[in-house]
Design a protein around this ligand. Structure first.
Ligand SMILES: [Fe+2]
Ligand SMILES: [Fe+2]
Ligand SMILES: [Fe+2]
Length: 415
């Protein structure tokens, strides 16, 4: 049955960040690796916990996609460390299976003295992330040496962690492994060995999807709606358990490639130019790169065919009705319907009659399947109620984050 296990979710997460900016991914991986090796040498935490910290270390800056220029993030004098720290904290707190560790994201730029005054849970890990982060910046700028590191970081980080790093490095050759890229092999083996329960892996996948979509209200709702619609239609149209499961996963991740499309193009309240269209249509190839080889072919093919149309005029491959399976056609229809259903900043959502009319037009033009649109039409109210219920919690969280962000940000900017 098509599921996506923990290790695959981590790789998909990192691939998505890499699509936004390769340096965000590499920096994260370095920090996760340095942290993991320190913890391995230190031996306080179990293997399971160390692998969680490896993942959290790799993701420590992930919210920067929303708030920062990556150039600033990788410079020594990041002026305001709080926007990505606070967003990272909120995302982890409200949307992830790792809420207990959310403070790592919030506090990862604090000096030892300030951390010691706060004494947060997992202070040790936070100090190590802070250290690993600074070490990787020194590597990035070609300035790493033990002498430099001790001189520059000594005043900011507790001596015991600096010492721990130096001994772990002497033992495992951490810096050398990063410099010659051999750390990647070890990182791959570690992520592949992750054996979280499926519920944890699923939740982390949702963390990725929902945070990427947190760019604005309409994208959050759109993915969520398409996902819930697919679940409903899969039941109504009697898909097999395997097909249902593939469709569930595919309908979560199918638009992740959109992260590579600039906001100015995504939100343009006008017809796109040909080159802008090409950029947008590229999101399907991007999602293929993100998912491959981490998901089953069943999931992949549903995800990358959501813009194919029955008449062969869809993209990217111009496949025709005979090439498209029922789950693939369901996602295509759900994506169209979710788009019609969701407010965009420049275009209000359509009501029931208009949505149905628009879908029937797509059927007439031989774009979407009549079988699917008929099921939608017949069950419209029930379908929309299910969709609303499923989205209520997440939407509530979205509003909480949106509303609390400014005040929490201000509070920490004064620390
Ligand atoms: Fe950071
Ligand atoms: Fe960082
Ligand atoms: Fe799409």
């Amino acid at each position: 049955m098509g599921t996506i296990n923990g290790g695959a979710v981590v790789n998909i997460f990192l691939n998505t960040l890499g699509l936004f900016d390769g340096r965000l991914r590499t920096h994260g991986e370095h920090v996760g690796y340095i942290l993991y090796k320190m913890l391995e040498f230190d031996d306080t935490y179990s293997f399971d916990e160390r692998r969680i910290f490896l993942v959290l270390g790799a993701l420590h800056d992930f919210a920067a996609y929303k708030t920062d220029k990556i150039d600033d993030l990788l410079s020594y004098d990041l002026k305001d460390v709080w926007p990505h720290s606070v967003y990272g904290y909120f995302y982890m707190q409200y949307l992830s299976p790792f809420a207990d560790y959310a403070r790592i994201f919030l506090l990862h730029h604090l000096n030892h003295a300030k951390l010691d005054a706060l004494k947060p849970p997992h202070q040790d890990v936070i100090e190590m992330v802070r250290l690993a982060d600074s070490i990787d910046l020194m590597i990035y700028h070609g300035q790493y040496s033990e002498v430099n590191m001790v001189r520059q970081l000594g005043p900011h980080i507790a001596g015991s962690y600096v010492k721990l790093f130096l001994t772990a490095n002497a033992h495992y050759h951490i810096i050398e492994n990063i410099m010659d890229d051999t750390y990647r092999q070890e990182l791959d083996i570690l992520t592949e060995s992750i054996d979280w329960e499926q519920g944890v892996a699923d939740q982390l996948l949702k963390t990725l999807v929902y945070t990427i979509d947190f760019k604005n209200e309409s994208t959050v709702l759109r993915t969520l709606n398409a996902n819930a619609m697919c679940e409903y239609l899969a039941d109504k149209m009697k898909l097999t358990p395997d097909e249902k499961s593939d469709l569930q996963y595919a309908s979560l991740v199918y638009d992740l490639g959109m992260l590579g499309v600039p906001d100015s193009v995504l939100n343009a309240p006008r017809r796109l130019t040909p080159s802008e269209r090409e950029l947008v249509e590229g999101h399907v190839n991007a999602v293929e790169k993100i998912l491959k080889p981490h998901v089953s072919d069943g999931i992949l093919q549903i995800a990358i065919r959501h813009h194919e149309r029955l008449d062969g005029l869809g993209y990217p491959r111009g496949l025709k009705e005979k090439d498209l399976s029922l789950p693939q056609r369901i996602l295509a229809a759900a994506d169209v319907m979710a788009a019609l259903q969701t407010d965009k900043e420049y275009k209000p959502a359509l009501g029931k009659q208009d949505v149905i009319r628009a879908l029937l037009r797509e059927v007439k033009e031989h774009k979407l399947g009549m079988d699917i649109v008929r099921v939608i039409e017949r069950n419209y109210d029930e379908l929309m109620n299910t969709v609303k219920q499923q989205g209520a919690d997440l939407y509530g969280n979205y509003l909480t984050v949106k509303q609390s962000f400014p005040s929490v940000l201000q509070q920490f900017q004064q620390i």
